[in-house]
Write a protein of this length. Structure first.
Length: 163
């Protein structure tokens, strides 16, 4: 009789017996999976940011070198510009400046000509091009057995020098 009164008042529900901790068990099983996904997303975001920084550093160095013919040969200035742009850890950034290439402005073949001989391009200008490549290593916070301990990121920028 007493059980009937409790059932009517809603204090005891029928069929509640073995399902009392089901939500807790489901949460305990899915929480580690969600944490792994969250940490993976954070690591992927950090790596993408570092890759953008490496690419921006190459672009900054190429922009600096493309200002004039004098800055096109200033490798120290290009290196400084790249390191100023790379805000993560400037010491881990390496810079490779390819030799300058010259082409005639009216040439469609893109054949390389002498940069110092103004007679090689009759009726046209000599276009000087700078290529800068950057490289940096990215160290993930969490190391997994199937992933490398460091990842090498590359950037490249090609810029024509202003006349």
């Amino acid at each position: 009789m007493r059980d009937r009164k409790l059932l009517r008042r809603g204090w005891v529900r029928k069929g509640q017996g073995g399902e009392a901790g089901q939500a807790l068990v489901e949460a305990a099983l899915t929480l580690p999976i969600l944490l792994v996904i969250l940490v993976g997303a954070v690591e992927f975001g950090r790596m993408a940011y570092a890759a953008i920084e490496v690419s921006n550093a190459a672009s900054a160095a190429a922009r600096y070198g493309a200002q004039t013919h004098a800055t096109a040969g200033d490798t120290a200035g290009m290196t400084t510009a790249a390191q100023n742009e790379y805000t993560i850890a400037p010491t881990s950034l390496s810079l490779t400046i390819s030799p300058q290439t010259c082409t005639c402005s009216n040439s469609t073949s893109g054949a390389t000509v002498s940069c110092h001989d103004s007679t090689v391009c009759p009726g046209a200008q000599i276009e000087l091009t700078i290529t800068v490549k950057t490289q940096a290593t990215f160290d993930p916070l969490i190391h997994l057995a199937f992933l490398p301990k460091t990842i090498t990121l590359h950037g490249q920028a090609v810029q024509k020098v202003l006349q």
